[in-house]
Write a protein of this length. Sequence first.
Length: 411
Amino acid sequence: MKSATKKFVPVVTAVCLVGVVVLAFCLAGCPPKPQPTPPGPVPGAPTPAKPAPSGEPVKIGAIFSVTGPASPLGDPEKKTVELLVDQINENGGVLGRPLEVIVKDDKSEPTETVLATKDLIEGEEVVAVIGPSRTPTTMAIKDYCQEQEVPLVSCAAGKLITDPVVSYVFAVPQTNALAVQACFDYLDREGIDKVGFIYVANSYGEDGYNNAKAIAAEQGVELVAVETFGGEDTDMTAQLTKIKAANPEAIICWGTNPGPAIVCKNAQTLGIEVPILQSHGVANMKFIELAGDAANGIQLPAGRLIVYDQIAADDPQKEVLDKFAADYKAKYGNPPNTFAGHAYDALWITVKALEQAGEADRAKLRDAIEKTEGFVGTAGIFNYSPEDHNGLTADAFAWVEIVDGAWKLTE
């Protein structure tokens, strides 16, 4: 028995050693899947001091609707950029150089957007452009940025901005296609199959309607009435009267302020009681201010930023949203809205890509933006690719309702 035991022990030991070696090789050959990464230092973690930036600044252009009808979008975007530039330069700048973001106000007009873009690209020689705030203003410069081979990271949500993909154009908001699908998912949950649709007569509204028409056909939902309104219109009673006569079980409105708020007030006056769904284009307090108590009960898909204090502690965006909200509120006295978040995502994605590129070169920057993977932003977790220049999926949305004049997470 003793001799058998002596022979057995070395054999077992050898087998174990072989197993360990094989396991080590397997682990070495299977690199871990990339994890989502926040844009800056992890909150609470010690940050090593970086030398102050020096040399010529790295110049990025930004075009926002700071004034005009879309100012509820552009003003917080401008404020966000100013906040982030200070933070980035206090933490060493970009590529060891100061970051300079040159902000232009397009006054919510496509013509002004074109003029601003040409000045930024040809005059200031910026390495990239972030913005504009709206789909119509983005579409006015999309081809020009592509021709000039200057990366454009739009803060607008029209699906047509990034579909089909062109090499130098990216976007950070969740697309209209994703938002419309979220609305139709709600209809499906509620058993609703007859819907009225009203939208602003511009490229944002038309994109929303085209997506709705396609999804309605796929899901067997009937659009019983379709109406439009102008961006400057102040009364939609006539359109809503027609929609009401068609007896829809719900109404979807697609636009940005002030039109959607007027739709809600007119619907309240007409005694329309069916659910009214809005696009993520109204995910800011200005909509609630404009609509008053007619905003209560309105539901929509939105990024988690407007309900950052209601999302779960283990949500992968939680730390980023909490820190950005705290920093923005400390500087400006109120929490950031969805559109402030778009500027946050656009600027941080560009800055991180510059660091990856290793120099302020437009072509190398474009390549680096396209390789963005696992970036934790305010709109979601971004994964760009040559086939996808939006980088978000349906899980970037939360479903929210306005209750007593405030946003409430309903999921």
